[in-house]
Design a binder for this molecule. Sequence first.
Ligand SMILES: *Cc1c(COP(=O)(O)O)cnc(C)c1O
Length: 474
Amino acid sequence: MEKQYSIKTQSALFSPGTPIPQENLDFLLEEVARRSSHYLTEINNRPTFPTPEALAGLASFDEPMPESPGDPFETLAFLDDIGSPATVTSAGGRYFGFVIGGTLPVTLAANWLAGAWDQNAGLKVASPTAVKLEQVSLSWLLDVLGLPAEAGGGFVTGATMANFSGLAAARHTILQKAGWDVEAQGLFGAPPITVIVGDEVHVSLLKALSLLGFGRERVVRVPVDNQGRMRLNALPNISGPTIVCIQAGNVNTGAFDPAVDICSIAHEAGAWVHVDGAFGLWAAAAPTRSQLAAGFAEADSWATDAHKWLNVPYDCGLVFCRRAEDLRAALTHSKAAYLAESLEEREPMEYTPEMSRRARGIEVWAALRVMGRTGLAELVEQCCQHATRFAEGLSAAGYKILNEVQLNQVLVSFGDSIKTQKVIEAVQRDGTCWCGGTIWQGHTAIRISVSSWATSKTDVERSLEAILRIAANV
Ligand SMILES: *Cc1c(COP(=O)(O)O)cnc(C)c1O
């Protein structure tokens, strides 16, 4: 028998300290599962960006703050009716904007259960389960990403905070070697550190540097080639306390800095090497692409995202550090008696900027356990092949591919910047697929990023057909 909203009783109204009746709890959670499942089933039949009507509907949320408790069922229905149509379909198969992964079904399910658990993953005494699953997934991650097995790590919100955390470890270690305790003394009066970045450095890394007191503009920018790779012969001489930031996967081209040579030069000079590998580091998980990530394992710290290519729900970023102790030294608190931290075992909050946080490791664990090594390799490889198909199809029609398509990124020019911009806008309006735009080294381009498990060959063909049809008519 189909349950109806007739369960909306007085007892369903929120009241602190009064448990919701079992029947209503079951119904609320079944209802959200049914609505979510419906959303995900319908997603590929929707335009990839909300219609003007759906966006206009968001005005319904402009209510005054309610004066008294309401009905959870009514709130859920309202959220779905107004919110769902106004979502961007980044969980679907034809979303190629920015670098946004989908969500593997098992990770969504694990996310729900973890939500029911409501664990604080900061401390072992607050959640043995969350801490255990983080430990297991950290060691699996180091394995599949080809990083040193003894490295330490932390689960953060994204690559921005992962860059921040890795660079905090770098700052700690470099200054400690120079006889300065930066956590205790701050940066005023500290020995200066030279920070070297490639000219196509990601903006989030510069933001992380600014938060750490290094300054966005106080960096040495190394000239790059036409793919955005640091030019080795332009690398300055390294001397004194230095951090070199390299990139695995340029956000536009997908290109990798020459890590083998840079790591060896930097380490020779006593410098720290930090890797921004938000999505590119995952190339290491696919034997067919792992040569691209060669040498990155020689670095000292790494930042990557799980919400991009691993396809877990937002938000999840990861920081790794060759010597776990360096990361811990930079991010640990001064002791507080009430926290009851374990001294022998890994306490997650000592490896991230956050104290309390959600148990991100659970979804990562579920993703890795369900895909296994070969499933993950296939996910990465398949996205790369889809990117290649886009490049071939667009190039066959006479359009210019601006990057070497080795990974999951494709940059396409449709002629001059005005025409290309018009194509980008028309593609976005059409709604078959969604791609963003960029300016790559002075050339306007549409940017296709294939990062979702959900993208099928049919999605690629449909999207290609739409882009070609639109470009021909602009
Ligand atoms: C996406 C991205 C970032 C930032 O990641 P967030 O998860 O959005 O914080 C940093 N670097 C690169 C290369 C990226 O692609």
